[in-house]
Design a protein around this ligand. Structure first.
Ligand SMILES: Cc1cc2nc3c(=O)[nH]c(=O)nc-3n(C[C@H](O)[C@H](O)[C@H](O)COP(=O)(O)OP(=O)(O)OC[C@H]3O[C@@H](n4cnc5c(N)ncnc54)[C@H](O)[C@@H]3O)c2cc1C
Length: 376
């Protein structure tokens, strides 16, 4: 699929940065030596791709970001870097630009666009993940503001974040919890940051957990509608993240695995060329299908309906990408090989990130068939 003219420039830039990321140096303990790559991406405006032009960004579409993430990982950029970059772009576009007040946008977005600032999404909790039924962080009204108490974990970009978008329970609507999101500055009294040990994969993305002990924030810290943060912010964020990672970064990684396998075959062909060709043909076809579905999903996000309606497309995307991954794993195993370097583990971790939501979406789709709401 040839890129459109609009996609060509970001694609070229992403591929160029992939080469720099691939060449990153490691210290004696295998930890990456800081190379200023993110700062350099910031200087070139790449951290502002998703930020509206009015706030110093480039206002790019999700579809442009999708193909750029794919090209970045395919070109040798690490999936962990893609995760970190994608989270920065999604927080800027989906959360702050999408739901911020003019003041919040003025204060946060220009600094995010230039890469001087990043903001982390703080939704998941230890022992709860992102399951709304089990999330416990609370925000209670106090004077003209709120007091937040709780704990959040696995926060991508958290160690460098200047602020956190914290999701807290502020009441109930019927049997359901009502969530409100707050922009909490890192220096807010009562907020402590604990950097997480490296995940062992997805380097150089850095993670942390935070504790909120009677953190007092003004009412102006509320992001979006009070009590509606789950449906307005968390769900769209997860959908966009899944489209861009499962549909962009992961296919880029699968393509690299495919190319690696083919290089190995050409260097030392196996005996059964027919079986190998079928296996590789299957992986290539599934990869192409995944990219088509991902593109449709990203165009849906860019359209007037936003994330509504994209959840089902995501079910198909996830299943196709997983199937492609299995074909490739079988192809490597058939040659008695494991995945090269950490790429396979990184791809699997990114896929696992979207798996619980994907299973829930699949289930909901299944129920609608069982209840006779789908036309058979
Ligand atoms: C590499 C990495 C980066 C991460 N980055 C962040 C981050 O920046 N911020 C953050 O807050 N967390 C982050 N997380 C946490 C992540 O979102 C999960 O909460 C965590 O991995 C725990 O996963 P889980 O298996 O409990 O499943 P979760 O994905 O947390 O899901 C738990 C349950 O919630 C329900 N559920 C989830 N989504 C849906 C849906 N769409 N529809 C219906 N039900 C649903 C399902 O019942 C599901 O089983 C990260 C995790 C990893 C591994």
């Amino acid at each position: 699929m040839a890129p459109s003219r609009r996609e060509a420039a970001p694609l070229k830039q992403a591929a160029a940065f992939a080469k720099r990321d691939a060449g990153m140096r490691l210290d004696g303990a295998g930890r990456p030596v800081p190379d200023g790559l993110l700062a350099s991406m910031g200087r070139r405006g790449m951290l502002g791709w998703s930020i509206p032009e009015a706030y110093g960004g480039q206002g790019r579409r999700y579809a442009d970001i999708l193909t750029a993430l794919d090209a970045f990982v395919r070109g040798g950029g690490r999936p962990g870097r893609a995760l970190s970059w994608a989270v920065h772009l999604i927080v800027g576009k989906t959360l702050i630009a999408g739901s911020g007040t003019s003041r919040q946008k003025r204060e946060i977005l220009p600094a995010m666009a230039s890469g001087k600032k990043t903001v982390s999404i703080a939704l998941s909790e230890p022992d709860a993940g992102s399951d709304p039924k089990r999330i416990r962080t609370r925000a209670a009204r106090s004077g003209d503001g709120y007091v937040l108490d709780g704990e959040k974990a696995w926060l991508t970009n958290g160690p460098e974040a200047d602020a956190f978008v914290v999701f807290a329970v502020t009441g109930h609507r019927g049997a359901r919890k009502g969530f409100t999101a707050f922009v909490v500055p890192r220096e807010c009294p009562g907020l402590t940051v604990r950097n997480a040990p490296p995940l062992g994969c997805l380097e150089p993305a850095a993670h942390c957990s935070i504790r909120l002990d009677r953190c007092r924030v003004p009412a102006t810290a509320v992001l979006g509608r009070e009590g509606r943060a789950w449906e307005d912010l968390s769900k769209p964020f997860r959908v966009v993240e899944d489209v861009l990672l499962s549909g962009g970064a992961v296919p880029g990684g699968l393509h690299r695995l495919l190319e690696h396998w083919i290089r190995g075959w050409r260097a030392s062909p196996g005996k059964d060329a027919v079986e190998a060709a079928e296996r590789i043909g299957e992986a290539a076809a599934l990869l192409e299908t995944a990219r088509l579905i991902a593109r449709e999903a990203a165009c849906g996000l860019d359209g007037p309906q936003g994330d509504a309606g994209v959840e089902r497309t995501l079910v198909s995307l996830h299943l196709t990408v997983k199937r492609c991954r299995e074909s490739l794993r079988a192809a490597f195993e058939a040659r008695g090989l494991g995945d090269p370097d950490a790429l396979g583990i990184d791809v699997d971790t990114l896929l696992a990130l979207g798996e619980p939501a994907s299973r829930a979406r699949r289930r909901n789709w299944g129920y609608s068939w069982l209840d006779g709401k789908e036309r058979s």
